[in-house]
Design a protein around this ligand. Structure first.
Ligand SMILES: [Ca+2]
Length: 175
């Protein structure tokens, strides 16, 4: 009976330690932060208007007006070499919409050079119609044996209407 109790205690301890480690490893670290307080450094600055009156961070945001569905390439970056396989890349931003017939969401392209290019689309985390600021995101886990070259961060407007974007971040966490 005593032996059973000891084994039970050991199992409980191991479970607790693993749970703590799991929590620690899921912490996110910021790779890049684009506060979108202007259109500088954007790949397509002509695609957006800077709006100071309405923002999520209080320092202005970018407004995208879509007459037709479109994909806007926002930023391209080359993360540091520490972003290796099994790293979860999280692309996150604040977004709102007005009169949007359809949806808008984030799209991230991960380039692995000769090993191909992969896309993560946040089609389950969208804005549409008239919606207030909310956090939207999409994520991608870097597969084993692949070295990440570049990351491209896009906005997809799958419809017609106005979309505001602010406080854009690329984060990493371990699986
Ligand atoms: Ca801003």
């Amino acid at each position: 009976m005593r032996r059973v109790a000891t084994i039970f205690l050991i199992v409980l301890l191991v479970t607790t330690v693993l749970a703590c480690q799991g929590g620690h490893m899921n912490e996110s670290v910021e790779i890049a932060h684009f506060p979108l307080d202007n259109t500088q450094d954007m790949l397509m600055p002509e695609a957006a208007s800077f709006v100071s009156a309405d923002s999520s961070d209080g320092n202005g945001a970018l407004l995208f007006e879509a007459q037709l569905p479109k994909t806007v390439e926002l930023f391209e970056l080359k993360p540091e070499p520490t972003v290796r396989e099994k790293t979860i890349l999280v692309y996150q931003a604040k977004m709102k919409s007005s009169g949007l017939k359809g949806t808008a969401y984030l799209e991230m392209w991960c380039d692995f050079g000769s090993k191909g290019e992969y896309v993560a689309r946040g089609q389950n985390d969208v804005v549409g119609g008239d919606s207030d600021w909310k956090t939207v995101q999409t994520h991608y886990t870097i597969p084993q044996g692949k070295v990440l070259g570049r990351v491209k961060l896009n906005l997809v407007i799958n419809g017609q209407g106005n979309v505001w974007l602010d406080d854009l971040r690329l984060l990493k966490s371990k699986q």
